[in-house]
Design a protein around this ligand. Structure first.
Ligand code: NDP
Ligand code: GDR
Length: 374
């Protein structure tokens, strides 16, 4: 951090030198320990950035997704730093921004589970909604609002109830969960601070993106892990909620590239990142099972529906009402035309390759676990 600009000169200067400042290529990422945070860190380090991340203090290990980057440290000295912090703690955010003086801030930190947001609605509102305000205000408090480019992790959950498909930057929002509502606040405060204070602040409205690093309670990873366990005889049945929900699923690595591109434009704007293709949870199950050569047929309906292994006759999928949500988003399908045209961004990984990569990665890790236990 030897290239810091004296903060006093920035805090009180109305005429900073953004070009000079921006040359430093310093990124600050909230939510660095999450799926997207880890892929974005890899990308930015490859591009020569110094990367700083905010991590939460936890009694258990929470930097597993960043482990390999720590190990690379000796090849990139002084390029990767972690700071304890939390989006609920304004003073801490001001301190980190003042210390790091980033050129780009990526606000990826969030209580990101839609179902959990119904159980922790106030907390989700605080972190996902007000947390975004706190980070933007920390930037202003440090007098860096004309020096920093700000990315907000907005979401297709803003669309919620179907008003039109495919959904684009102009589709009206109708969120269907405390998570979606909190993210709606974050979306608009980002737009508002851009308009009110001329901050370079953008929303990436990202549709679902997955990977082998996806948290294990999200449906895709829950399925890929269960399929690995079932095929290796470690689990007999997978319990799921709404099999008919449809999502536009892409690969997280493609989407972090889009986040970076959003902050490299001449003017700050909001963009949808999506594949433009939609599949049901049921299709995700079928496709995952096909990777391990298991064919499934469905019987029954509603909560009595089951998935049966065609070869053995065993029930391998059941519906459990506890995974249903008080209000569901039935389908999401994005229109990435603006991102394709302006950012020259396009997803590279298709649905089949995504599913295959996730199942094969889980097969490998389950096999390693079994070997370790023997
Ligand atoms: P993850 O759930 O994998 O990661 C969330 C990150 O936020 C973790 O690093 C977590 O820390 C951190 N975090 C949680 N609470 C706080 C807090 N109070 N203060 C600071 N950090 C906190 O999410 P993803 O990587 O999948 O998503 C990244 C962002 O993009 C999120 O904001 C999400 O809502 C949004 N998004 C995700 C999409 C997707 O399909 N993945 C699509 C659209 C938007 P810890 O590890 O300690 O829990
Ligand atoms: P989502 O992702 O809610 O779209 O939010 P999730 O994988 O949790 O659910 C997708 C769909 O699958 C249905 N479903 C189940 N979901 C879970 N988690 N567990 C189950 O057992 C199950 N069975 C069926 C759900 O009802 C839903 O319709 C993700 C998060 O990453 C958000 O942070 C992000 O903003 C959005 O994607 C875009």
């Amino acid at each position: 951090m030897s290239d810091l600009v004296p903060i006093s000169s920035l805090a009180f200067s109305k005429h900073g030198e953004p070009a000079e400042y921006r040359k430093r290529k310093v990124a600050l990422i909230s939510g660095i320990t999450g799926q997207d945070g880890s892929y974005l860190t890899e990308l930015l380090l490859e591009k020569g950035y110094q990367v700083h991340g905010i991590i939460r203090r936890s009694s258990s290990f929470n930097t597993g997704r960043l482990h390999h980057l720590y190990e690379d440290q000796h090849e990139r000295p002084n390029k990767f730093h972690l700071h304890y912090g939390d989006l609920s703690d304004s003073t801490n955010l001001v301190y980190i921004i003042a210390q790091v003086q980033p050129t780009e801030v990526y606000n990826l930190g969030a209580q990101s589970h839609v179902k959990v947001s119904f159980e922790m609605a106030e907390y989700t509102g605080d972190v996902d909604g007000l947390g975004t305000l706190r980070l933007l205000d920390a930037i202003r408090t440090c007098g860096l609002e004309h020096h920093i480019r700000f990315y907000q992790a907005s979401t297709s959950e803003l669309y919620g109830k179907v008003v039109e498909t495919p959904q684009s930057e102009t589709t009206p929002f109708y969120p269907r969960s405390p998570y979606g509502v909190a993210k709606l606040y974050a979306y608009w405060i980002t737009v508002n601070y851009r308009e009110a204070y001329n901050i370079y602040a953008c929303n990436g409205i990202l549709f679902n993106h997955e990977s082998p690093r996806r948290g294990r309670t999200f449906v895709t990873r829950k399925i890929s892990r269960a399929v690995a366990d079932i095929s290796l005889g470690k689990q007999s049945c997978l319990y799921l909620g709404n099999l008919d929900a449809k999502r536009d699923w892409g690969h997280a690595r493609d989407y972090v590239e889009g986040m970076w591109r959003i902050l490299q434009q001449d003017n700050p704007e909001d963009f949808v990142l999506a594949t433009g293709e939609m599949h049901s949870v049921r299709e995700f199950v079928e496709k995952s099972l096909s990777v391990v050569n298991i064919a499934v047929r469905w019987e029954g309906s509603g909560t009595n529906e089951v998935g049966i292994n065609v070869k053995t006759g065993a029930i391998i999928v059941r519906v459990d009402a506890k995974y249903f949500r008080p209000a569901e988003v039935e389908l999401l399908l994005g229109n990435p035309a603006k991102a394709e045209k302006v950012l020259k961004w396009k997803r590279k990984v298709d649905f089949d390759s995504l599913v295959k990569e996730m199942v094969l990665a889980d097969l490998k890790s389950v096999k390693n676990l079994v070997e370790d236990q023997n």
